[in-house]
Write a protein that binds this ligand. Structure first.
Ligand SMILES: Cc1cc2nc3c(=O)[nH]c(=O)nc-3n(C[C@H](O)[C@H](O)[C@H](O)COP(=O)(O)OP(=O)(O)OC[C@H]3O[C@@H](n4cnc5c(N)ncnc54)[C@H](O)[C@@H]3O)c2cc1C
Length: 611
């Protein structure tokens, strides 16, 4: 059976030593964030995740969710674990205190989310989506919703969902058919079908608050094929009156749940809206002026905020799965005896050496570890930027933080989940055939990690978002800001000979990334298929370079700590080994990716669809 031990030491390293959060007390939600408080939260969350959530991971996979007569049952133990999760206050960690939350910064909520995802992704999705939903409700809901509904979601008494996908459209939401018709009392009646809704129906709470997008028809009752008429709505499973009383069942019901490859403990529901009472969130849409084209309505802003939070959450799932798979892979490599070390037997008195002696096994494990720890540092750094963006600091600093965190969002979603899947797959490979069979639980990690590349916007679509929208925003300010930060770090450290093994590959990587960015600006404008064909490679390159820079920073810190004779020498030595792996084994990929980008889109577009 797999095990999980929360990487509290690594979180502490990133938060206290790398990012020095003690120096950011001026940021919102950081005012009272003492290191003791952070350490206590990390330790308690880690304990809960390994002791309560992780043992249920296998149960969730074996039993899955069941659907009978409209009722969905979660796997044995989920309901009690959910109750314990809520009682401990984990669900409301990031919510403002006025709603019953702990008002902790996103950095802390992301750390706890990663632990929960490692321990049990299926379970963690219920409170994860609830947090995204209540944040959207707090941002866009009417006062009565904030007073009576949001606190129940923060406490976990009610869960939340995010309903976008329909049978014929997941990526291209312009095509959605679900509609909401305004009533005299200001509410709406919603009809349509949403599919693949995570946590859309379950038995863990009395009520579920669905956050739904739907189109408002024109005066003739027609719905347009664009985003301008799409609005954001709240649709509770059981109606809630404006004074907070729960009423009759609303017209939303579960048609079925999906049978799927992984995350079987997470109920993925088909939801039918039959004249369901819906409340619009955000301002009332104005009809477009004659000749005016609008890409999306004001009301969609709340939904975009929720989608961004969810994209980061999914990126964190990539780290979580990579971490737990690595932990088990490395443990097995220290148990299983196979063959002999190439340089001569490591333990001649034993019939064979341990797996860990083999360079290729080490390669697989280091691939996982250098990704997981590098990605964790990026996730924490990005979340710090998000707090800076909301702070009272100088406008230029806030703007730069906002641009870079926005740029990193698709990278975190897609690069982390691609790498998380790679890591789970490699850790399973360390088990040989024993990884492929169910006994050790490794194949579950691979199956669970796979969905992260697809939902919340397929990774190819994230790459298009990066290349097509994020790069060019505000005249290309975001990539320039990011490159400027990496350049500044290089300038500061290139003179240090001990850091050359790290600065040199980062310099080369940065130059390649800049070249790729210019190539896209020139050739993507000439022919958008060039940009489309390059997008995935470009996103991966950006992920590799930013992780390389993060490893450079961590290596510098580790060297300094070792030089000053800090305790925990092993920890810093390990950091240098992982940093070196990334420099030697991942950074060279940039040159190959560049070659592919420069090949342009012609060859790909020559593919005859009819073939
Ligand atoms: C287990 C599970 C849970 C989910 N949970 C939720 C949920 O809670 N709420 C919700 O609303 N949805 C949810 N989804 C839906 C999910 O977000 C969509 O499946 C996903 O966004 C892809 O949409 P689609 O399936 O319609 O694929 P399509 O839109 O048909 O796309 C198919 C493939 O084509 C490619 N593609 C499409 N468009 C482009 C483009 N413009 N550029 C490049 N490539 C492109 C991508 O590779 C994509 O994978 C869930 C799905 C699953 C399987």
């Amino acid at each position: 059976m797999p095990v999980y031990r929360a990487p509290v030491d690594d979180f502490r390293f990133v938060m206290h030593e790398l990012l020095e959060i003690g120096k950011h007390r001026d940021l919102p939600q950081f005012e009272e964030l003492t290191s003791d408080l952070v350490d206590d939260i990390l330790t308690q969350a880690g304990k809960f995740c390994s002791e309560v959530l992780q043992p249920l991971n296998r149960v969730g996979d074996e039993e899955g969710c069941t659907f009978e007569n409209g009722v969905v049952r979660t796997p044995a133990g989920f309901k009690d674990a959910y109750k314990a999760y809520c009682e401990a206050g984990w669900g409301g960690l990031g919510a403002p205190t006025e709603f019953g939350g702990s008002n902790l910064p996103i950095m802390v909520t992301m750390a706890v989310a990663e632990m929960a995802m490692s321990a049990n992704q299926s379970f963690a999705m219920y409170p994860g989506l609830t947090a995204a939903a209540y944040s959207a409700l707090i941002a866009t809901g009417a006062p009565w919703m904030k007073e009576h509904i949001a606190p129940k979601m923060v406490s976990g008494e009610w869960t939340g969902t995010m309903c976008l996908t329909e049978p014929h459209c997941g990526t291209d939401l312009r095509l959605m058919k679900t509609k909401a018709v305004e009533q005299d009392d200001g509410t709406y009646r919603m009809s349509g079908t949403k599919i693949f809704i995570s946590g859309g129906e379950h038995d863990m709470t009395d009520n579920i608050i669905h956050m739904v997008i739907a189109k408002i028809p024109d005066e003739d009752g027609k719905i347009a094929d664009d985003l301008a008429t799409v609005n954001f709505f709240m649709v509770p499973k059981f109606l809630v009156s404006e004074d907070g009383r729960m009423g009759a069942r609303n017209g939303v019901s579960c048609g079925s749940i999906e049978r799927k490859m992984g995350i079987k403990g997470s109920a993925t529901a088909v939801l039918n809206f039959d004249d369901a009472v819906a409340w619009r969130l955000g301002p009332k849409p104005k009809p477009p002026a004659p000749g005016e084209t609008r890409s999306s309505s004001e009301g969609m802003k709340g939904m975009f905020g929720m989608m961004n939070a969810a994209r980061l959450g999914v990126g964190i799932q990539g780290i979580g799965l990579g971490e737990v798979a690595y932990q088990n892979g490395v443990a097995y490599a220290h148990e299983r005896r196979v063959g002999r070390a190439l340089s001569g037997p490591a333990e001649p008195d034993k019939p064979a050496d341990l797996l860990i002696v083999h360079p290729d096994v080490r390669r697989m494990l280091l691939h996982c570890r250098s990704f997981v720890e590098g990605a964790r540092a990026i996730a924490m750094w990005t979340s710090l930027l998000m707090s800076v963006a909301r702070s009272k600091r100088r406008e230029e600093e806030r703007e730069e933080a906002s641009l870079i965190s926005d740029l990193m969002t698709p990278v975190i979603k897609a690069f982390f989940t691609d790498m998380g899947f790679e890591a789970a797959n490699l850790a399973m490979q360390c088990y040989g055939g024993h990884g492929y069979v169910r006994d050790h639980g490794m194949e579950q990690f691979v199956r669970d990690a796979r969905i992260n590349q697809t939902y919340e916007g397929a990774n190819g679509v994230q790459a298009m978002d990066l290349v097509g929208r994020k790069l060019g925003r505000k005249g290309g300010k975001a990539p320039f800001a990011l490159f400027g930060q990496i350049e500044a770090w290089l300038k500061e450290n290139e003179g240090d000979a001990a850091l050359t093994p790290f600065t040199k590959p980062v310099r080369r990587g940065l130059e390649t990334l800049q070249k790729a960015t210019l190539w896209l600006a020139e050739h993507g404008l000439k022919n958008p298929n060039n940009a489309g064909a390059a997008a995935t490679d470009y996103l991966r390159m950006m992920g590799i370079v930013v992780t390389g820079w993060m490893w450079g920073r961590m290596a510098k810190l580790a060297q300094a700590k070792l030089a000053e004779g800090a305790g925990n020498k092993r920890f810093y030595d390990d950091k240098l080994v992982s940093a070196r792996y990334w420099m030697e084994r991942m950074m060279p990929e940039c040159a190959m990716l560049m070659e592919r980008i420069e090949a342009g889109g012609e060859g790909i577009m020559a593919f005859d669809g009819a073939a």
